[in-house]
Structures are given as C-alpha cells and as structure tokens.
Design a protein around this ligand. Structure first.
Ligand SMILES: Cc1cc2nc3c(=O)[nH]c(=O)nc-3n(C[C@H](O)[C@H](O)[C@H](O)COP(=O)(O)OP(=O)(O)OC[C@H]3O[C@@H](n4cnc5c(N)ncnc54)[C@H](O)[C@@H]3O)c2cc1C
Length: 427
C-alpha cells in the first residue's frame, strides 16, 4: 500500500488527485493538502474584476467531492517540505508522511520585487479571486472619475495572456459604460514585442494583437521595466537590446493592473536539488525530481527555462492544457511506480490558450512550445469568447464532479480541429 500526497488543490492539484485515484491500486491512499478549502477557476478572475462573474460562479467547495472520491483532505498550509524524510510539515506544527508527493502549489506572486507594486501598493491584480474583487472596487471608483489606464506585465512575468485579455475586457466594459472616450489606455510589457507571450509568438499573435490594439486605440510599450509605482504614477524604463536604458518615463494612471513575476512558494523553495533559485521545482521529462525520485511536480510551480534571451527577462507561460498533460503523465507514472514498474509517460507540454476580449478573442496552439514548431497556429473571432465560456463551465463542472477526463484534449482540440495533439505520449 502506498500513500500519495498532493500539495495544492488549484487547477493542477484538484485534477491530479482525481486522476491519481483512477491510476492507483485500490489499497493506495491519496491525501490532498491545501491552503484553501475552496477551488477558484483562476482564468475567470479578469471577468470578476469587471463584474461579469461573481465569486460563487467560479468557486467549488472541494470537501464534498474529495470525500465522495475517498480522498483525504487537509486544509492547512504546508510550512516546509522535508524530502529527505519523506514528510511535509504543516503550518499547525503537524507533519504528514508520504511515499510519493506531487507538488502543485502554483505561483507565489512576487509583488515585493518592485516598490509600490501590487494590491498592497498602488496597482491591482487578477491573479487571485480576492485580488480580482478588490480590483472591481477600484474599477467602480475609477469609473466615477475616469483617467488613464495602464495594463501589462512586469519584468520576469511569464503569464502574458491574462494581461492582454484584461486589457481588451476593460476596453469592452469602458465602451459599454460609454466612458471609453475619456480613458487613454497603455499596455506596458517586458516582452520584446506585442504578442511574444513568453513563447516568441505563436502563429501571427504579433500581427493579431498589434492590429487589435491599433483598432482599439491602445498604445503600447515593449521591452519595459517598471522601476517603481507611486499613487497614480508609474516609473517605467524602456530597455535597449544591449540592456541599457533607452528612456525613463513617468506614466500617470487612475487604474493599473500588471501581472507580476512568479516564484515558487516558500514551503518548497531553497531545497538543494529540489528547487531552482526562483523556488520552482526541478523535474525530468516524467515530471519527477531527479534528486528526490518520489517527488513530482505539476503546474505553474514547475521549473521551465525561458525561451531565449530578451532585453527584459520574460518567463514561459504554463497554461491549462499543458498542466493537464503534466497531470495525466504524473498519474500514469506514479501508477507504474506503485506496481514496481518504471515511469514511461511524458507530458507533451503544448501551449494551448484562449484569450477572451469580451466580445471576441484570440486562440493559439504551439506544439512544441519552442520554435520551430509542428503546430504554430493562432486565430481570432467572437467564437473565442464563446469557447472560453464553454471551458469555464466545463472545467468547473469537472472539478465539482471529480471527473478525471482531460477537458482540453477532449473538447478544445476537437473543436479546433486539431485533435491529433495528444496530452501525453510514451517517452
Ligand atoms: C489571471 C490568470 C488567468 C489565467 N488564465 C488562463 C487561461 O485562460 N487559460 C489557461 O490555460 N491558463 C490560464 N492561466 C494560467 C494557469 O492555467 C493558472 O495560473 C492555473 O491556475 C495554474 O494552476 P496551478 O495548479 O499550477 O496553480 P493554482 O491554480 O494557483 O493552485 C495552487 C494551489 O496551491 C495551494 N497552495 C498555495 N500555497 C500553499 C501552501 N503553502 N500549502 C498548501 N497549498 C498551497 C493554493 O491554495 C492552490 O490550491 C491564468 C493564470 C492567471 C494568473
């Protein structure tokens, strides 16, 4: 009998627990340890911030589903992982031992790396539902007295899709409120060009996004580094290719939301051989840590090197389909290990993303992530907005029901007509 701990119950951890239950032997046990008893569908947070969704719409109480699936569920944050001792220490001083552990703790949001940045400072965030609700309050106040808006992603960020998404969602909402004409909008990003997305572009994301910004009168600044943020003022440096500062600008704003850089959470950071200097968990192609071979990781907490050098650091995004592919491979591999076999399943880590613009959107698929690619496809249209709503409903239903069926593979890829893309392969 083996005991498997899943640390974190977000997009990766919740489905990890369900898929493990299907792959393990009846005598094996699964415990999920997470900070929050409720699951929130993070990709819907931009909609929360403009009032298109309420918290309840995107929340699932995990306890009943976990109980129904026979999964032990502990809602105490992890304080420190001790991989040499096969145990995780929790914030209440207790410890849980394991035979295998899957780290699925997502990102720690590195707002503290820039003075005045983040929801404790002068900018808003949509990375957590609590932040998105706070952003909504700020947005409602802003609409009473419209001023310039800044949206974007700072140096070291890796999650660019939601920055573009939120820009166009806000633009749509401002038009609906008939105050768009009073709001100059600027998109400020660490990317070397609009549509880079941490992936050196996918299909024609550069052309599509630039064209959309031009059509909507949104200005942009690329290769930019935020120096500091003060009340209503952001100091931004534009960086040359050689790393020198081309210009320093003081940008006024009445509302600002920028995606932060991510790092690993403290409980799994600073462990020699387990984590990289940013606290992300190092894994091999089987999602397994090379030093601690009973430790696996899935989701945003996984260490992936950047695509290539850029004047301002840009990370690689980890999107839902890619995370599902990591989850499916990990469940198979742990299933093999408990039966005395070797891991043999590799996540394909394709980037599939739907970015909603409120009344249209863009979709892209990159396989593999690093160019040149076998699939390098992007498209735009109203169908993307509708498809995104479909995925939200489907994924929330899946987490609530406790099903382990990969949703992107079965639904998104079929719909996009590229269902030859597989979530995992033998490796
Ligand atoms: C605003 C935003 C929008 C996004 N939109 C999309 C999209 O449209 N499409 C797409 O494919 N991807 C999107 N992503 C990227 C990605 O799919 C999400 O970030 C996704 O939630 C990542 O899943 P995860 O499981 O790695 O982390 P999370 O979903 O963040 O889950 C982390 C879990 O770890 C738990 N945890 C944290 N600390 C501890 C601790 N100390 N102890 C125990 N548990 C802990 C948390 O409570 C949580 O349950 C978006 C990301 C962001 C930030």
């Amino acid at each position: 009998m083996a005991h498997i701990v899943v640390l974190g119950a977000g997009l990766g951890g919740s489905i990890m627990a369900y898929e493990l239950k299907d792959q393990l032997r009846p005598e094996d046990t699964v415990t999920v340890i997470t900070k929050d008893p409720k699951y929130h569908f993070v990709p819907s947070n931009p909609w929360i911030a403009v009032g298109w969704r309420e918290r309840e719409d995107i929340t699932v109480d995990l306890a009943p589903t976990m109980a129904k699936k026979g999964i032990a569920f502990k809602t105490v944050p992890a304080a420190k992982l001790h991989p040499e001792e096969n145990r995780v220490e929790l914030a209440d001083g207790s410890s849980v031992s394991y035979d295998y552990i899957v780290i699925a703790t997502g990102p720690e949001l590195a707002f503290d790396e820039i003075e005045g940045f983040g929801p404790e400072g002068h900018t808003q965030s949509v990375c957590h539902v609590d932040h998105a609700l706070k952003a909504r309050e700020a947005f409602e106040e802003f609409c009473k007295n419209p001023k310039p808006i800044i949206i974007g992603a700072v140096q070291g960020a890796s999650c660019y899709g939601p920055a573009y998404e939120f820009t166009f969602i806000l633009e749509t909402e401002l038009r609906r409120r008939k105050i768009r004409d009073q709001v100059p909008m600027t998109f400020i990003t660490s990317e070397p060009y609009v549509g880079h997305l941490g992936l050196d572009g996918v299909g024609d994301t550069k052309g599509l996004l630039e064209s959309e910004m031009r059509a909507k009168h949104i200005k942009w600044m690329t290769s930019s580094r935020v120096k500091k943020v003060e009340d209503g003022k952001m100091t931004v440096e534009e960086i040359n290719d050689d790393g020198s500062v081309k210009a320093e600008k003081e940008m006024p704003f009445g509302f600002a939301m920028m995606l932060p850089a991510f790092r690993g959470i403290k409980a799994v950071s600073g462990i020699d051989g387990l984590s990289n200097p940013r606290g992300f968990t190092i894994v091999d192609k089987y999602q397994r840590n090379p030093k601690f071979q009973n430790v696996f990781a899935v989701g945003v907490c996984v260490a992936i090197p950047p695509m290539g050098p850029t004047p301002v650091p840009c990370g690689v995004p980890k999107t839902g389909f890619m995370i599902e592919s990591m989850v499916t491979a990990t469940a198979h591999n742990i299933g093999n290990l408990v039966r005395g076999k070797e891991p043999d399943r590799v996540g394909t880590w394709n980037a599939v993303c739907l970015a909603d613009f409120g009344d249209s959107g863009i979709a892209f698929v990159a396989q593999p992530q690093i160019p040149p690619r076998n699939v390098n496809w992007s498209s735009s249209g109203k169908w993307v907005h509708l498809a995104k709503i479909g995925f939200e409903k489907y994924f929330i239903h899946k987490v609530r029901k406790g099903t382990s069926e990969p949703y992107y593979e079965k639904a998104a890829l079929k719909m996009l007509g590229i269902d030859k893309l597989k979530a995992t392969q033998k490796g």
